[in-house]
Design a protein around this ligand. Structure first.
Ligand SMILES: Cc1cc2nc3c(=O)[nH]c(=O)nc-3n(C[C@H](O)[C@H](O)[C@H](O)COP(=O)(O)OP(=O)(O)OC[C@H]3O[C@@H](n4cnc5c(N)ncnc54)[C@H](O)[C@@H]3O)c2cc1C
Ligand code: FES
Length: 376
């Protein structure tokens, strides 16, 4: 993993000034607002980045090259960064898995796949342009390589799930790692394969990379499934030692479910790390609804939650504006205390029951009537 960079002196100085001013009652955001008027990239508590380039990768994926301000402390390859954009006056936040451009700390690139009906991904494609400023947050997440890279690495990617893998690959190549890497990359077709050319060129100049592109619509929800699927035979052919290697997998839910099953059969000694880009939809009985009471400050709201929706969506469908941020279980802005009842955590499949536990509305569905108290 790359070393954590030291912050530039200007950022440390600005942070000291902001801290001094906060003792005098001036908030860090007010300092940032003033700095932002001079140059949005100077802010130190709310971070910004300027779009420097916009590149179409495939018909449905584009890359934004971003220049972040000096206060952005960089990323560990595989981590995500939450970006914030304002659409029709409403701020939306979503996570993307960037890669460092040429190893630079503040120059990063995100690649965004259009999602049918998706708010932010379509806004990125249709409205964001070179020169625009977007909000970014510090990098986070543990879908990363260990401190010491193992001798053999297996990366399994599907569709836009290539983005954290590309970040790791570029880092390993740049740092002259001696690891042998196998990349299995499922995409609907070569036309839809993000970074297709860059990966082919990488495999040609870097013999340690065993690049296995696979055309497949098996892991998508549309049309008749055709093509390759993740299975023991494919793994045996691509990397005979896969059972003892460390593996990372990022892609659509069916691909990750298959990987989870393969690694759970008791015959593997290696580890598998998974990164989900989307939250599984609740799969309850559409006719069953549970009563929810949600207290926030002095206000208490009541609504019925179908077991087929998250608590956040159920509340919104009932007409309430419920505090949230990313809608992906990352930012914790929708965190509530569960005072009574039980919910399902859709990121883990776990049942959370009992008084005092914390839950996130955007990734939970009701399993009974629940009483909740907002913690934000
Ligand atoms: C850690 C992490 C890293 C990520 N990295 C990347 C990356 O590098 N590249 C990338 O392209 N994506 C990445 N994502 C996914 C990304 O964050 C967004 O989820 C994605 O861009 C879709 O956002 P959106 O606003 O366009 O869609 P949203 O508006 O959030 O909707 C998502 C989908 O759900 C459907 N939907 C929304 N609401 C409902 C509803 N009530 N009922 C039914 N369907 C609904 C929409 O039609 C759409 O298809 C990552 C996600 C995570 C968690
Ligand atoms: S909205 Fe971000 S965790 Fe729920």
């Amino acid at each position: 993993m790359p070393a954590t960079p030291t912050l530039p002196a200007s950022v440390s100085a600005t942070r000291k000034v902001a801290s001094l001013l906060s003792h005098l009652g001036v908030s860090a955001h007010a300092v940032d607002d003033t700095l932002g008027i001079i140059n949005p990239l100077l802010t130190v508590s709310r971070l910004h980045a300027r779009i420097e380039q916009k590149v179409q990768e495939t018909p449905s994926a584009c890359t934004l090259v971003l220049q972040a301000g000096a206060a952005f402390e960089g990323l560990v390859p595989g981590q995500f960064v939450v970006i914030g954009v304002t659409i029709n006056g409403v701020r939306h936040r979503r996570a993307y898995s960037p890669r460092s451009v040429d190893g630079a700390t503040q120059r990063i690139a995100i690649t965004v796949q259009r999602q049918p009906g998706g708010r932010v991904s379509n806004h990125v494609h249709d409205h964001l342009k070179v020169g625009d400023i977007i909000e970014i947050e510090p990098a986070a997440g543990d879908f990363v390589l260990p401190e010491r890279t193992p001798p053999e690495v297996l990366l399994i990617a599907g569709g836009s799930g290539i983005t954290p893998c590309m970040s790791m690959l570029q880092h390993l190549e740049r740092s002259n790692s001696s690891a042998r890497i196998t990349l299995l990359y499922f995409a609907r077709s070569s036309q839809d394969r993000i970074f297709a050319q860059a990966l082919q060129e990488m495999a040609l100049r870097w013999p340690q990379l065993n690049y296995v592109p696979l055309d497949s619509s098996v892991n998508t929800s549309t049309g008749t499934p055709t093509g390759a699927t993740l299975c023991e035979e494919v793994l045996d052919r691509a990397m005979p030692t896969w059972r003892s290697a460390m593996a990372w997998c990022c892609g659509p839910a069916p691909l990750m479910d298959t990987a989870r099953r393969l690694w759970a059969d008791g015959r593997t000694s290696g580890t598998l790390k998974l990164e989900a880009f989307g939250v599984a939809r609740p799969s309850g009985d559409p006719n069953v609804r549970h009563q929810v009471s949600l207290q926030r400050h002095a206000e208490e709201i009541h609504f019925a939650a179908p077991t087929t929706e998250t608590l956040l969506v159920a509340g919104e469908q009932a007409g309430y504006a419920i505090k949230h941020g990313c809608r992906q279980g990352i930012c914790h802005e929708c965190t509530c205390r569960l005072n009574q009842g039980a919910v399902k955590d859709l990121t883990t499949g776990d049942v959370i029951a009992g008084q005092g536990q914390t839950i996130r509305l955007c990734v939970s569905s009701a399993l009974s009537d629940v009483q909740l108290e907002s913690l934000n």
